[in-house]
Design a protein around this ligand. Structure first.
Ligand code: ASP
Length: 587
């Protein structure tokens, strides 16, 4: 079929008045007044109004009666100015219309499973017909924004001397960190590749290869139980540099994000981003990704209860626990609201939440009768602004557990009381992470970051729980945008870290022998970072989930409703891989 396109619909402007042009696109809306038919023609760039009338072309007018929503057409015609009363100021081309002299129907469309302009279409249906969903302007805009962000990143990094290098998707199952997707090898039956959780080891080995500055917009895979806003595959900006320290990586990322903001929003960010240590972030905000758009710090009020008679608090204190509180001022909560927070804290895993408020000059609290008469005065030593209509939300327990709950409560309260500015991009760095965390269930130490993260000086003489990592996370509005670290480049240190993680010599060799060997063959000092790009674009476009900024995402249960993946595989095909399904699964 012949067709021509001289310009995109949304770009028609005054320079084209009285000119003949050719447009292609989809029938967005149609108003058939018999003698006069109006069509809104849509393409990626926007909408242009077409007018069909016998006076312009009898044939085209005749054919235009057949047009339905989402037909794909091309038209020729003359651009004219609309009369003053019919100008549409809502769209950039609203002053003009096209008097159509020729129409070709390139393709028809049946009735769509949902109308493109409909709100609240079921997400599963949107994903099943994602190509229709992508025709909506808001989806197109998000993909456009995503493209602009990626382009700006590439542009910046190229100028800074980074090489874009691809790394394999079929890689080794090392078992570090999250669970991996496995890919059976047909050629080497019984053996499996793993899809990379990140290009971590490859990028370190690129530093061993002398690349010095690497980046990649990398796809990563994690076979985790999917939580609300996770995807089994996601995209990272991954980078690595040699002969640098923490500050160099952080500065590159600050300047990179600043460049992205300039190119996408025409705005500069305030640099450098504030830094807060992991210890401080936990103490003040109960989180390793504190939302710093509002203050509302957690305060330690253990001292107020030093002589308490309350059994629960007494036992917390005798187990070296702590008591912390969030102080909300000048707000009269109702009883049911307060009870609601108690229930929420319990859902968050708190054994209990105690509220305490000053109302009509009297302390009200479920524990009021256990408090000394001068308790308000005592409170003021910790919360100097405690006054009428002040409420304390108090949680007691193991320090890290209690503070994590207080951190979540802080967010919930700020959200409920509209304390969070909505039009702000608030960046910060969290630094000095612990190197290891103890897993109470497996009774093993694991790396807070990953096992290749360099310990900070002094670690040789410290307990595992005290050791700090040369690791840093970049936070945007309380969301972890990315994280990285300075790496171990010395095989002795690497060996010791693996030992703390419980690997014996054989396991080290089997899983990481190649790395230990590389570290003995002239490995330069290096470090890097990775930024979650789905999250970044989500925050930049104010989208409600990362699925909104990914062209073809999976559902929250890891399913692709469009292609219907994953699917079963013919058992004969499995035989080629030396695999057989267990009987329960073949039924
Ligand atoms: N590989 C790490 C991650 O994916 C990032 C890094 O350390 O560079 O989170």
């Amino acid at each position: 079929m012949q067709f021509k396109r001289t310009i995109s619909c949304g770009l028609v402007d005054s320079t084209l008045v009285n000119k003949t042009i050719d447009l292609c696109g989809w029938v967005h809306r149609r108003r058939d007044h018999g003698g006069l038919i109006f069509i809104d023609l849509r393409d990626r760039s926007g909408i242009m109004q077409l007018v069909f009338n016998d006076a312009f072309s009898k044939v085209a007018h005749e054919d235009a009666h057949k047009l339905r929503s989402e037909y794909v057409i091309c038209v020729s015609g003359t651009v004219v100015e609309r009369s003053a009363q019919t100008v549409n100021n809502e769209i950039p081309t609203g002053k003009y219309e096209l008097q159509v002299t020729a129409l070709t129907i390139l393709n028809k469309a049946k009735n769509l499973p949902f109308m493109l302009e409909e709100d609240n279409v079921d997400e599963e249906l949107r994903l099943k017909y994602r190509y229709l969903d992508l025709r909506r302007p808001e989806m197109l805009h998000r993909l456009q924004l995503r493209n602009n962000v990626f382009f700006a990143m590439r542009e910046f990094l190229q100028k800074q001397g980074f090489y874009e290098v691809e790394t394999p998707l079929l890689t080794k199952n090392t078992g570090e960190g999250a669970r991996e997707f496995l890919v059976p090898s047909r050629v080497n039956q019984g053996s499996f590749y793993a899809l990379p959780q990140s290009p971590q080891l490859y990028k370190q080995l690129l530093m061993a290869g002398g690349i010095e500055r690497y980046f990649q917009i990398a796809r990563c895979f994690r076979d985790e139980d999917l939580r609300a806003d996770r995807q089994p595959e996601f995209t990272q900006l991954d980078l690595e540099m040699s002969f640098i320290n923490e500050k160099d990586i952080q500065t590159i990322i600050e300047n990179l994000l600043n460049h992205v903001w300039k190119m996408v929003f025409g705005k500069e960010l305030t640099l450098p981003f504030p830094r807060i240590t992991w210890d401080q972030a936990l103490a003040d905000y109960g989180s390793d990704k504190p939302d710093l758009r509002f203050d509302l710090k957690i305060k330690d009020c253990t001292s107020l209860f030093a002589n308490t008679e309350l059994k629960f608090l007494k036992s917390v204190l005798s187990n070296n626990g702590k008591i912390g509180a969030v102080h909300i001022e000048k707000h009269a909560f109702s009883r049911s609201e307060l009870e609601g927070y108690v229930a929420k804290a319990q859902q968050m895993g708190a054994q209990g939440l105690v509220w305490l408020r000053l109302k009509d000059g009297v302390v009200e609290s479920p524990i009021a009768k256990f408090l000394p008469t001068d308790f308000v005065e005592q409170i003021k030593t910790v919360f100097p602004t405690f006054a009428e209509d002040s409420t304390l939300f108090i949680v007691a327990g193991d320090y890290q557990d209690a503070w994590t709950i207080l951190g979540r409560l802080r967010l919930q309260l700020a959200h409920d009381l509209n304390m969070i500015p909505q039009d702000e991009f608030n960046f910060s760095w969290v630094t000095d992470f612990p190197l290891f965390a103890f897993d109470k269930e497996t009774k093993k130490w694991h790396s807070v970051n990953h096992p290749f993260t360099s310990p900070q000086d002094g670690w040789q003489t410290q307990d595992n729980s005290q050791m700090k990592a040369r690791a840093y996370d970049v936070i945007l509005n309380g969301v972890e945008l990315g994280g990285g670290s300075i790496r171990i480049y010395n095989s002795e240190i690497q060996d010791k870290v693996f030992q703390i993680l419980g690997l014996n010599k054989q396991e080290m060799q089997d899983q990481f022998g190649f790395l230990l060997e590389a570290q003995d063959l002239g490995f330069p000092p290096h470090g890097g970072i990775a930024l979650g790009l789905d999250r970044l674009v989500m925050l930049m476009s104010n989208a409600s989930s990362i699925r909104e900024v990914i062209a073809f995402p999976k559902t929250a249960r890891g399913h692709d409703p469009m292609m219907d993946a994953p699917t079963q595989v013919n058992p004969l095909k499995l035989r080629d891989y030396g695999l057989k399904l267990n009987e329960k699964l073949t039924k």
